[in-house]
Design a protein around this ligand. Structure first.
Ligand code: AP5
Length: 265
């Protein structure tokens, strides 16, 4: 038992030094040109939850995480919007809630996510949950299904910054890339001309979305106190990304140490 633990310790030490080398050699490889360098996906936490208020930057940071880790991105907002556009049964049920800025009922969304997490790509590559769980019932449903995350990242942004982010947001329907007309404008006119605005991205609707967020977020955070890291999301996207990636790496090392201690017991 002890020799297995020693081997694990050696592997951990080698992994940490390998990560340092990777960071030193490869700088600025992400979509935001992050100076801390990309994460070696073999060393990173694989099951991640990202949470935060509407327009706190979850989708923006997910682009960076996916690019660096290769995990499967599961955005409940994107899934629901696709269902609405395709006029599926789920889409028809969700549409009115989404149009008014309210959360769709737990029973609609929980089943979809639980089924998706069981699929082989999530099992093999790890997953990144964006916008789920959003209520205590959703967090409990994940726990009851035996689904656990390595890291819960909370993007902390004051409400007063969020309205400006919401009204300026545009999405490229071809690449899925998220832009902001002031903070992250499109690269050229061709992209500018095809950008789309979400129907719930209005000042009026974001107020309802924020109310829903504040009514639920404390209970969700309480479900993840041992793996939660709060990150100041009010800074420039590159600064936020840099801390997000460092946090994921730190949590991964932490998880491996915990596994080692478990092995020694
Ligand atoms: P969803 O699509 O998940 O919306 P949301 O949570 O309100 O989050 P957003 O997508 O608006 O914002 P974001 O945090 O991803 O920010 P982004 O990176 O785009 O959900 C939509 C609806 O679906 C819900 O209202 C609900 O009805 C339903 N729903 C979804 N999940 C559900 C669930 N689990 N249960 C029940 N109902 C559910 O950034 C925003 C803008 O800011 C962009 O323009 C970006 O360029 C800019 N930006 C990003 N970061 C920065 C930065 N650091 N500085 C300056 N600008 C920045």
């Amino acid at each position: 038992m002890k020799s297995a633990a020693a081997l694990l310790l050696l592997t951990l030490a080698q992994s940490t030094s390998a990560f340092t080398t990777v960071r030193q050699q490869r700088v600025g490889g992400s979509v935001w040109g992050i100076s801390s360098g990309p994460i070696d996906s073999s060393l990173s936490a694989k099951n991640i939850i990202i949470a935060g208020a509407p327009a706190s930057g979850k989708g923006t940071q997910c682009e960076v995480i996916i690019k660096n880790l290769g995990v499967v991105h599961l955005s409940t907002g994107d899934m629901l919007r696709a269902a609405v556009a395709a006029e599926t049964e789920v889409g028809k049920m969700a549409k009115d809630f989404m149009d008014s800025g309210k959360l769709v009922p737990d029973e609609i969304i929980i089943g979809i996510i639980k089924d998706r997490l069981r699929e082989s790509d999530c099992q093999e590559n790890g997953w990144l949950l964006d916008g789920f769980p959003r209520t205590q019932a959703q967090a409990k449903a994940l726990a009851d299904a035996g689904v656990s995350a390595d890291c819960f990242i909370f993007l902390d942004v004051p409400d007063e910054m969020l309205v400006e982010r919401v009204v300026g947001r545009r999405t490229d329907p071809i690449t899925g890339k998220i832009y902001h007309m002031t903070f992250s404008p499109p690269e050229d006119e061709e992209i500018l001309n095809r950008l789309e605005r979400r129907s719930d991205d209005t000042e009026e609707k974001v107020k309802v979305r924020l109310e829903q967020f504040h009514a639920n977020i404390d209970a969700v955070k309480d479900s993840y106190t041992d793996i939660m890291v709060s990150i100041d999301g009010s800074r420039a996207p590159t600064e936020v990304s840099s801390e997000v990636l460092k946090t994921i790496n730190r949590m991964r090392t932490h998880q491996r140490r915990k596994a080692l201690v478990g092995c020694l017991r």
